[in-house]
Design a binder for this molecule. Structure first.
Ligand SMILES: [Zn+2]
Length: 451
């Protein structure tokens, strides 16, 4: 892109960023009004230009005026990634049939095939301004100007780096990354530690599962390490044990962003809480049961989103495939954006027990926090409702028999006598080809996001 266009984009995003900075602090009614304006606009757009919605609104005898609030969106059919992927043309606005879009791919996981989502160019560019909402949180934690000293420990195909490359090409705001600012997640941990010790970045970005393993490895091997002030994670889950280790033993501030290829930034953490403030004016969020009925705050269930700002692949009432809980009380930080209290991972990682209860791998790890002491890496496998198997890579010097015994006792305590627990000691659990670790494999899961 030529320099004049990049300058024009830079000015445009600079002005938008000033507005974006204030949005999290605006009164709830103002944010609600912003949400309604975007919602009505995207419904009109979907009705007029997106084949799936034109067909479905007509079939359900719904008019544009029947979809005026976020709650009304539940009247639409509940859709998911598999449906969208099989019928990509049906969800793409006719206005973008001949270009004007940028493709982004989901990385996929053990249970999902990668999916391609088209974003209209204007929305992708404006995401740079939207990022200002959580950038202000980081600026309060980091020393002035130090945020530029950053390191990305992510594959080039990650959402963060793909979108950053787009911004680099079209604005002057995202400066080109130097060779010292990017390392592949497949580089040995000793090399990464040495790189960080030498270059002293203030801010490091990685997947949650990467940070989890990296810090446990350093701790186990007593590798000298000067941690950055902030370690930012996204993309997958950081375990409760990993977060404690990073904060308590290494003195890092852990910052998480909740984002997805289908939605952009759904939410971000503030300085006060571990939940996520939701950007509901850009992406409506509700928590629902398997049938799509909205659940009250405090009850955990599936995350259903409606993307209100992307006008290319239009996704309304979309099952994202995550499992979470909405907070009952607002955050005390002064931001009015509502709070997602707990994000517990993928729906496909929810374990369904023999007695009918459901528990996420994240919650089980939380309950077994002490029993998992001495563990470098773990993975949960459920092959039948009455059998859960832990695959464990112990830290050096750990009494393996003791570890096995206490983990079986604690897990049985949490899961109940009807569920048999086995512990398999292994030497290594590999990353997926996308650089993430699948923490829980629920081979019996019937309600995953990939349905
Ligand atoms: Zn807050």
């Amino acid at each position: 892109m030529n320099r004049f266009s990049r300058l024009a984009n830079t000015g445009y995003i600079g002005v938008l960023a000033l507005v974006e900075r204030g949005i999290p602090f605006m009164p709830t009614t103002t944010v609600g009004r912003l949400q309604q304006i975007r919602l009505r606009s995207i419904v009109r757009h979907a009705y007029r230009t997106v084949p799936f919605y034109r067909q479905e609104l007509s079939r359900l005898h719904l008019a544009e005026k029947d979809l005026r609030t976020a709650a009304d969106l539940a009247k639409l059919p509940l859709i998911d990634g598999a449906l969208v992927q099989q019928n990509r043309g049906m969800f793409l606005s006719e206005k973008y049939r001949n270009g004007g879009t940028q493709s982004f791919s989901t990385s996929g996981s053990q249970t999902q095939v990668p999916r391609v989502i088209e974003w209209d160019n204007g929305s992708v560019l404006r995401k740079l301004a939207v990022a200002e909402r959580d950038r202000t949180v980081l600026n309060r934690i980091l020393a002035p100007g130090s945020g530029r000293k950053r390191l990305y420990l992510l594959p080039d195909s990650s959402l963060s780096l793909t979108i950053r490359a787009y911004w680099e090409d079209r604005t002057l705001l995202a400066a080109d990354l130097g060779p010292d600012q990017k390392l592949s997640p497949w580089v040995p941990y000793e090399v990464v530690a040495e790189h960080i010790n030498q270059h002293r970045p203030a801010l490091v970005f990685s997947y949650g599962s990467y940070a989890d393993l990296f810090f446990r490895y350093l701790s186990d091997r007593h590798i000298p390490f000067n941690p950055p002030r902030v370690w930012a994670v996204a993309g997958d889950m950081l375990s409760p044990q990993g977060k404690t280790l990073m904060e308590r033993d290494f003195g890092c501030v852990v910052h998480s962003v909740y984002q997805a290829t289908e939605t952009g930034r759904i939410g971000f953490q503030c300085e006060r809480c571990s939940g996520f403030h939701l950007n509901i004016d850009l992406c409506a969020v509700r928590i629902a049961d398997d049938k799509g009925n909205t659940l009250p705050a405090g009850e955990s269930g599936q995350v259903i989103i409606s993307n209100l700002h992307n006008r290319a692949t239009v996704l309304l009432n979309y099952r994202l495939g995550d499992w979470a809980t909405m907070a009952k009380t607002p955050c005390g930080c002064g931001r009015s954006l509502p709070l997602l209290d707990k994000l517990e991972g993928r729906t496909s990682e929810v374990l369904t027990l023999a007695d009918g209860r459901r528990i996420t791998g994240f919650a089980l790890r939380m309950d077994c926090k002490d029993a998992l002491d001495g563990v470098l890496q773990d993975q949960l496998i459920q092959s039948s409702p009455d059998l859960i198997r832990w695959r464990i890579v112990p830290l050096g010097g750990t009494d393996r028999q003791q570890l096995r015994k206490r983990l079986i006792i604690k897990s049985t305590d949490v899961l109940g006598e009807q569920t048999r627990v086995e512990v398999e000691i292994v030497e290594h659990i590999p990353f997926s080809r996308h650089g993430k670790i699948v923490g829980t494999v629920a081979e019996t899961a019937g309600t995953g996001g990939s349905q």
